[in-house]
Write a protein that binds this ligand. Structure first.
Ligand SMILES: CC(C)(COP(=O)(O)OP(=O)(O)OC[C@H]1O[C@@H](n2cnc3c(N)ncnc32)[C@H](O)[C@@H]1OP(=O)(O)O)[C@@H](O)C(=O)NCCC(=O)NCCS
Length: 152
């Protein structure tokens, strides 16, 4: 007889789909971001800013994560111009982390960028932010000068 009977409960990861955000998502998104007092304003501003795209991870329980993407036409290192999609922010609800929701949002963001013929997807992550760096590196991003970049 075991001294402690541990019941192992393996909860399957939530089923999600990734979709574009709209004004109706404002409240749910504000709950995901820091500084809730200003978050609604921030989300509305993002939604109204050309070149800014919000993808959300939607489950039956609600919105579990968001990716904020900035699209820019930038000079290429070797000359000419190309389209770059920057992941400006990517947040998964704190209670839902570690279930590959971030990875699925990032995969959707990369696919979104490919469909728009972006040359690369990039993200700025501080040297000291090891966990977030590992998240992007695990996906395939690699450092390029001060950026982590993935060919789209
Ligand atoms: C970064 C973040 C979006 C990751 O989302 P997530 O859903 O928890 O991550 P996933 O479960 O999809 O992880 C995918 C892979 O990334 C890596 N990873 C994720 N979190 C990690 C951590 N804390 N430490 C190390 N590696 C990590 C792992 O390799 C993981 O693969 P595994 O499941 O095989 O171990 C989430 O932790 C978050 O919202 N953080 C706070 C906001 C933030 O700092 N965002 C980044 C700003 S751009």
């Amino acid at each position: 007889m075991p001294i402690i009977d541990v019941e192992e409960r393996t909860v399957p990861p939530p089923s999600i789909r990734v979709r574009l955000a709209g004004p109706r998502d404002c409240e749910a998104l504000a709950g995901l971001l820091d500084e809730p007092a200003h978050a609604s304003e921030q989300v509305l501003a993002w939604l109204e800013t050309p070149g800014t795209t919000l993808l959300v991870a939607q489950s039956e329980a609600g919105v579990l994560g968001v990716a904020v993407l900035l699209t820019r036409i930038m000079p290429k290192p070797g000359g000419g111009m190309h389209k770059v999609v920057e992941v400006d922010n990517l947040v998964v609800h704190p209670e839902q982390r570690g279930q590959r929701i971030g990875r699925r949002l990032l995969a959707a963001a990369v696919e979104w960028a490919r469909q728009r013929r972006a040359a690369q997807v990039e993200v700025m992550v501080g040297e000291t932010n090891r966990a977030v760096r590992r998240f992007y590196e695990a996906f395939g991003f690699a450092a390029s000068a001060d950026r982590l970049v993935l060919a789209a």
